[in-house]
Design a protein around this ligand. Structure first.
Ligand code: HEC
Length: 126
């Protein structure tokens, strides 16, 4: 039979272990909340935000040689044109009167917010 003191100590260690398990669970939850709240719409520019986003999500269908719907998004000038005529935001925000883009899916809320911030700033070439 184990000495009562050893029993008490092992119980204490078990409690500590389960507490630390809870602590890690909470830390992960917190991390998910923090990271989903992180959408930087301030440090938005064409070169580092808009162009990579369009390249990844749109340009495969909207470039010279494959300009779906006759829409080009593979250069600053063409992106600005669709920013200014409202079709860029109309399509990614799935507004009525526009074809929803990308077809069959949607950009993340954060990506939409970034595009919107760039358009609201006058779609600068920066
Ligand atoms: C898989 C191919 C494909 C991808 C990816 C794609 N598009 Fe399109 N897009 C099309 C096709 C096809 C059309 C023309 C037919 C139509 O309007 O549905 C079109 C039309 C458009 C139009 C004109 C819509 C209108 O109603 O005036 C805009 C603007 C546009 N796309 C922007 C985008 C943007 C921005 C992205 C990326 C977020 C994107 N597209 C991704 C295929 C694509």
């Amino acid at each position: 039979m184990a000495h009562p003191m050893i029993k008490a100590t092992s119980f204490f260690i078990l409690v500590l272990l389960s507490l630390s398990a809870c602590y890690y669970d909470n830390k992960e939850d917190l991390y998910i909340i923090l990271s989903s709240g992180e959408c930087d719409t301030v440090a938005v520019n064409y070169t580092q935000t808009v162009q990579p986003l369009l390249d990844a999500q749109c340009v495969s269908c909207h470039q010279a040689g494959n300009s779906s719907g006759n829409v080009l998004l593979d250069s600053y000038a063409s992106a600005k044109q669709y920013a200014e005529n409202g079709r860029l935001m109309g399509s990614v925000k799935h507004e009525s009167g526009y074809s929803s883009m990308p077809p069959g899916g949607s950009l993340s809320d954060c990506d939409i917010a970034k595009l919107e911030a760039w358009v609201a700033a006058g779609s600068p070439e920066n």
